[in-house]
Design a protein. Structure first.
Ligand code: NAD
Length: 478
């Protein structure tokens, strides 16, 4: 007879492994199936292995190289010639990844999660078939199944991946040397983060973006500022540039694209394709399980991540909503709780987004464009880091904080930060939104001086024309 579990999770990314640990913590007999890895499963999914973590390791290294060359002299530090050892940087990144993926394996052991190595497939009747790398097939049974198979890079016909020349985000995390000329298709989160890494290391980077608007999902004042600062840093961002074809010849990549002026050509040494990710559903679910897909090819779920098949859930990149690790993890925890009969839910209106460039962009809640579209009156407070002592002392005066609040109730609707440590600062705004705070709540809170957080305080004060360290455009109502 096949082994039976209370819960089998397919996929060990941030949605799957967090859900599996939570299930085990709640006393459920839990297994997690993962296909990646040579002898043992490589846990952690895209995020730990080829996504968030390795890209942040490279961003950190490359920015240190850039700072050492360009900024340390301003502090009176003379370094002499600075050189970059790309293999050493990659080795450091690989060690960080290994430490974290091994860490997930340790957590599985500590919590009693059974780790199963192979490709998982949901069959009818909540059975899970696992095919090992050597072709061996084992069947398991479960009371509940959580599908958490993640997403994969989208490939486009004009730019087929070509070893050593045209790569996806995974390939761009493993270049052996800094390319002199680098092209990137797509000015989304991945294109900007990876473009920044190689630009800091000395590549001339051209980013081709089909849309006319830069970062259309972000608050457009913030997006405009980001475009200005990234261009100043050296990224050549070409909007309205649709890639039509590529050709690898003579050790170069020739990219043909169209923009408002007509047909254009770009010649680079390497090309990164970063045009989005699609849910990994191929071969994941047998046709007779009752699980269905939505119009975007994601697994159909409700707000509680229940699929159309009772006892089968889906979480993370494989379902609707932003493809963000923290969103997937919270869905995993919610599903574990709900399997146990608890009334957990995820507040989808309160999920922070971050772009890890320098400066960072981070936001939560509605953009000004979204608020405007509701037709409800609103007010905005904006405060620049250039008026924050700590930012000036650190030499990071670029960017601002914007707080958008409802005109009548003063409830905070959105917070948008471009500037130093925005990824950390945004947590304060997430907490404020989660607690339904007004801008006055933030304005009445004491913030440490000197700190970057004061920009949030001042932006909240500015909502009603009360900022102290700048001239207020909006005047306080008497
Ligand atoms: P994306 O959808 O954010 O951006 C892709 C861009 O490519 C779009 O702007 C699109 O207009 C453009 N594009 C598509 N086809 C094109 C063509 N032929 N020519 C020129 N431009 C073209 O996708 P992504 O950056 O690949 O990221 C994928 C997912 O991963 C996103 O959901 C993202 O949120 C997530 N992610 C998040 C983080 C983070 O949170 N920091 C980091 C990496 C990835």
């Amino acid at each position: 007879m096949s082994e039976k579990f209370d819960v089998i999770v397919i996929g060990s990314g941030p949605a799957g492994y967090v859900g599996a640990i939570k299930c085990a913590q709640l006393g459920l007999k839990t297994a997690c199936v993962e296909m990646e890895g040579a002898d043992t499963p490589s846990l952690g999914g895209t995020c730990l292995n080829v996504g968030c973590i390795p890209s942040k390791a490279l961003l950190e290294s490359s920015h240190k190289f850039y700072e050492t060359q360009k900024d340390l002299i301003k502090h009176g530090i003379n370094t002499g010639e600075v050189t970059m050892d790309v293999p050493a940087m990659m080795g450091r990144k690989d060690n960080i990844v290994k430490g974290l993926t091994d860490g997930v394996a340790m957590l599985f052991k500590a919590n009693g999660v059974t780790s199963i190595h192979g490709r998982g497939k949901l069959l009818a009747g909540k059975k899970v078939q696992v095919t090992a790398a050597n072709g061996d097939v084992t069947e398991y049974e479960a009371e509940n199944v959580i599908l958490a198979a993640g997403s994969q890079s989208v490939e486009i016909p004009p730019a087929p991946l070509t070893e050593g020349f045209i790569v996806d985000s995974t390939g761009a995390l493993a270049f052996e040397a800094t390319p002199k000329r680098l092209g990137v298709i797509g000015a989304g989160v991945i294109g900007l983060e990876l473009g920044s890494v190689w630009n800091y290391l000395g590549s001339e980077v051209v980013i081709l973006e089909a849309q006319d608007r830069f970062l259309p999902m972000a608050d457009q004042r913030m997006a405009k500022e980001a475009n200005k600062l990234m261009s100043r840093q050296g990224l050549d961002i070409r909007l309205g540039a649709r890639v039509m074809g590529t050709e690898v010849k003579g050790g170069e990549v020739v990219v043909s694209y169209q923009d408002a002026a007509g047909d254009q050509e770009l010649v680079v040494d390497k090309l990164i394709v970063a045009v989005g990710r699609s849910p990994s559903t191929d071969g994941l679910v047998a046709p007779d399980t009752g699980v269905t897909l939505d119009e975007r090819g994601s697994i159909s779920v409700n707000d509680f991540c229940e699929t159309d098949a009772p006892g089968v859930y889906a979480v993370g990149d494989i379902v609707r909503g932003p493809m963000l690790a923290h969103k997937g993890s919270e869905e995993g925890i919610m599903v574990a709780e709900r399997i146990c009969g608890h009334k957990a839910q995820v507040n989808f209106d309160c999920i922070p987004s971050v772009i890890y460039t320098h400066p960072e962009l981070a936001w939560v809640g509605k953009t000004e464009e979204e608020v405007k579209a509701t037709g409800e009156p609103y007010k905005v407070g904006q405060f620049p880091f250039a008026a924050i002592g700590r930012a000036l002392a650190a030499g990071t005066p670029d960017g601002f904080v914007r707080v958008i609040a409802d005109e009548a109730t003063d409830r905070i609707l959105g917070v948008h930060i471009i500037g130093p440590q925005a990824s950390e600062l945004i947590a304060q705004a997430v907490i404020a939104l989660e607690f339904g705070s007004s801008s006055e709540d933030l304005a009445l809170t004491v913030f440490a001086h000197p700190s970057y957080s004061e920009a949030i305080h001042e932006a909240a004060l500015a909502v009603d024309g009360q900022a102290i360290h700048m001239a207020n455009k909006r005047k306080k109502k008497k």
